[in-house]
Design a binder for this molecule. Structure first.
Ligand SMILES: O=C(O)CCC(=O)C(=O)O
Ligand SMILES: [Mn+2]
Length: 217
């Protein structure tokens, strides 16, 4: 499995400036109408749940709705919670194939997140759980409201960040962001709250959980 994005897979990738990382975005990966239809379908089709996460020694409700979907063996443990995958719907299976082709990578799971409005968010983190492997490729499809997405380098305490150590993006309806190489190892990302946003957003992050089946060529 290649740890970098196959740039030949799509002509529309914009490589984003982030030191030692591999982050690309295909801004209009889905046409507007197709993105609209997918958003409406996923709102109804996904069994949205309120995940409880363990943080700072306390159990808290995540400020968003989520659903972990994947192959039966793609079990994911994050924030010290264990998630058994829900099965793929036909539309998500088709979408997975298209995302795999665009990124030149394989995925056996997807974390769906639904931000009901700007009060929902995701805090700073890296997608660096051991079951994702050393240099995971994470493909992130955004639908609905445009939201800010930030990346910042993990620096030793007291070290000054250089301009190319942070990136602020506005992820738009139908955009596909791919993070690969050392991105998760070197950087954190978040989706901050925004009082100005009143519309909902769905984000799908496709991942490859290491399992005996996923290691087969
Ligand atoms: O909603 C987003 O764009 C980010 C989601 C994310 O970072 C995650 O699911 O790990
Ligand atoms: Mn993430």
């Amino acid at each position: 499995m290649s740890a970098t994005i196959d740039a030949t897979a799509s002509l529309d990738w914009q490589r984003l400036p982030l030191r030692d990382a591999d982050v690309r975005c295909a801004w209009s990966w889905l046409a507007h109408d197709e993105a609209d239809a997918l958003f409406e379908r996923l709102l109804k089709e996904i069994p949205w749940e309120r995940h409880r996460l363990r943080m700072f020694g306390r159990e808290l409700e995540a400020p968003r709705l989520s659903c972990w979907i994947g192959d039966p063996d793609a079990i994911y443990v994050y924030s010290r919670s264990r998630f058994e995958p829900r099965p793929w719907s036909p539309s998500l299976l088709t979408l997975r194939q298209r995302v795999e082709q665009a990124c030149g990578a394989r995925f056996n799971s997807v974390l769906a997140n639904r931000y009901r409005d700007g009060a929902d968010s995701m805090g700073w983190h890296s997608d660096d759980e051991p079951e994702l492997g050393q240099q995971p490729v994470i493909a992130s499809l955004s639908l609905g409201a445009t939201r800010r997405f930030r990346l910042r380098r993990r620096l030793p305490r007291g070290t000054r960040a250089m301009p190319s150590d942070t990136l602020n993006l506005r992820l738009t309806h139908g955009s596909l962001l791919c993070m690969a190489g050392a991105t998760q190892h070197l950087y954190q990302h978040d989706l901050p709250k925004s009082a100005a946003v009143i519309a909902p957003r769905i984000n799908l992050t496709f991942r490859l959980i290491q399992t005996p089946a996923s290691r087969r060529p």
